[in-house]
Design a protein around this ligand. Structure first.
Ligand code: NAD
Length: 313
């Protein structure tokens, strides 16, 4: 299959690498000059628990990319989805499937402005990856991937894409509840990411706070009400179980949440597409979401004022 990865950072490279290894025609597309140049010159270096390997995967800037992709996987951060899709329109034809596995709410709606809804696939993945340096990623453990057609109906072609991704080791299934999984992951991320960022601490340390599940429950209850207004029925127990698992003190996780890493590196966070999206939808449906609103403002305030923080060099 002819596959374009639109946004080849940590996750785009991980998925692109697996698909390339599986024999597909993959193009890694990104606008980060040092990264693209490093892959073009030396190949993509992937570190796993079994060592390091180099794959000579083609890489290019959006403007240099050519042809029509059969599958285009959008893997930018949510705030970059629009500019990425706009810069890849020349790769999208009538027969192109566009898949998003990004975190947050709103990616599907942005893609829908440019791509007919019946060609859009969406889902979630629990694979995790770190970008170590230009042209170099660390593949962290394994994961699972769920996809579905945004319009719901499953076709032979969609089954073929899921089979192809699964055969590449991306452990992919078609799931009619992938939209619910997207919301579950949003609820999970609305708790874990901003709290770890605000506390400037590891997942394990934040999870050791005695009142953590009470606080998590308040944030989640608001999200469940907003989801219900969109006809999405979430199960509180499922989300709580996901959070408890991450915060389990026995796991003593030293993991740094991605939002904290973005904050520390001076990048914008995905807050607008997490708690920020809940605030907007809450306003739209007249549902008060004070816990999410407060967290949203604190993260925005941190982003805007981080340069002037005491002790900041
Ligand atoms: P990332 O920042 O490492 O990668 C995004 C890449 O997109 C960057 O290399 C950036 O240069 C590129 N980009 C952005 N705008 C562009 C544009 N207009 N044109 C060309 N290139 C552009 O992000 P990531 O960690 O790979 O995450 C991608 C998405 O997947 C996010 O929604 C994230 O929340 C989600 N996710 C990440 C992980 C993880 O472990 N990293 C796991 C699951 C889901």
């Amino acid at each position: 299959m002819n596959i374009a990865i639109a946004g080849s950072g940590a996750m785009g490279c991980r998925f692109g690498w697996r698909l390339y290894q599986s024999g597909h025609d993959v193009l890694l597309i990104d606008s980060w000059k040092d990264h693209v140049k490093a892959i073009q010159a030396n190949g993509l270096e992937v570190k796993t628990e079994n060592g390091s390997s180099i794959s000579k995967i083609p890489a290019s800037f959006p403007s240099d990319s050519k042809g029509t992709a059969e599958l285009l996987i959008v893997f930018t951060k949510a705030m970059q989805t629009q500019s990425m899709v706009e810069s890849c329109l020349h790769l999208i034809g009538d027969k192109t499937w566009v898949l998003t596995l990004q975190n947050g709410l709103g990616n599907i709606e942005i893609i829908e402005r440019y791509v007919p809804k019946h060609r859009i696939l969406a889902g979630v993945t629990t694979f995790a990856t770190e970008l170590l340096a230009p042209g170099k990623i660390q593949a962290l453990g394994s994961g699972d991937t769920e996809i579905m057609r945004v319009e719901g109906e499953i076709s032979e072609e969609v089954e073929e894409i899921a089979r192809m991704m699964d055969a590449a080791g991306l452990r992919t299934v078609i799931s009619p509840s992938a939209l619910i999984s997207i919301w579950n992951k949003v609820a999970f991320n609305c708790v874990l990411n901003p709290l770890c960022t605000l506390m400037n601490n590891t997942v394990g340390a934040v999870g050791s706070y005695s009142g953590i599940m009470d606080l998590a429950g308040r944030i989640i209850d608001e999200i469940i009400l907003v989801a219900k207004a969109e006809n999405i029925q979430l199960h509180r127990e499922t989300i709580i179980a996901m959070i408890e698992k991450q915060f389990d003190p026995k796991m003593a996780s030293h993991h740094l949440a991605s939002m904290l890493q973005d904050m520390q590196s001076g990048r914008k966070t995905e807050i607008e597409y997490l708690n920020g999206a809940i605030v907007k939808k809450g306003e739209q449906y007249g549902i008060p979401v004070p816990n999410n609103e407060f967290i949203y403002h604190l993260i925005l305030m941190m982003e805007e004022t981080r340069k002037h923080r005491l002790g900041h060099h």
